[in-house]
Write a protein of this length. Sequence first.
Length: 330
Amino acid sequence: MYDITVIHGDGIGKEVMEAALHVLGALDIEFNYKKAHAGNECFKSKGTTLPDETIKEAKKADATLFGAVTTVPGQKSAIITLRKALDLYVNIRPVKSYSGVNSLFNDIDFVILRENTEGLYSGIEEETEEGATALRVITRRASERICKFAFEYAKITGRKKVTAVHKANVLKKTDGLFRDTFYRVARNYSNIDTDDLYVDATAMFFITNPYMFDVIVTTNLFGDILSDEGAGLVGGLGLIPSANIGENYGLFEPVHGSAPNIAGKGIANPSAMILSSVMMLNYLKEYDAAQMVENALTEVLNEGKIVTNDLGGNSSTMEMANEVIKKMEL
């Protein structure tokens, strides 16, 4: 049995989470779910976007599922705070196209590995007489461990190339350190091809030749932006899952937000949340179950019949989840 902390969050986070839990419930695996709170609704009721109790529950669990939250200006980001509290230094975001989904490109399959604890998301900001400043923190330790993870990930998954993305021509000290660390780590992985690109060039190549990428490793802000651009290549944010991994903990979440404009209508695309659950199953070493769920969702997407509005259908969130269960080889 696995102890799973479940954070529904706000808006459609609640709906896609219920869909994913419904799919997981069809597996022959026992999960013990512990509900925890985070986000804007949590702030309204508890005065904080991330209670200490939520962090404690996440630390006790075998894994955490996170739906989506609304972040209001002036509030601390629940997900960024939680990532730091659990030292989830790796953010894994697959970018994969599915047959049957209207995409800019077919047969795309690459992964963005983003350093998750520092950079411009360190939250070190202050107001000045002229406006405000933010401190961009890049350390050798964080750069080394994310780059090492990228090469180990490529090795384990059979991928052939790792690309470092940076802006060292302008950010000479910080990104210079990141780039140099990348190549120092690469010396231990001579059987894996390596290269590096400026982030602006990478953004262009996403549009002109995304097939050149296999594994991308980059800093926090650049990874966040490129991940969303990657989603645009393969049908939108509703299809992009993510994993946040550290030495001791794992948290899994869809890339999309809480979408308050459609919340409560039962029409949110559950694919990203279901795929995030697949990543959780792999993290728990339940590989057969993970493959079963992913294959079933892939079949549903390929058929394009029982899918939500953003995918060209007219089915509800739970109808699509039920269709995934029907396709599973139980």
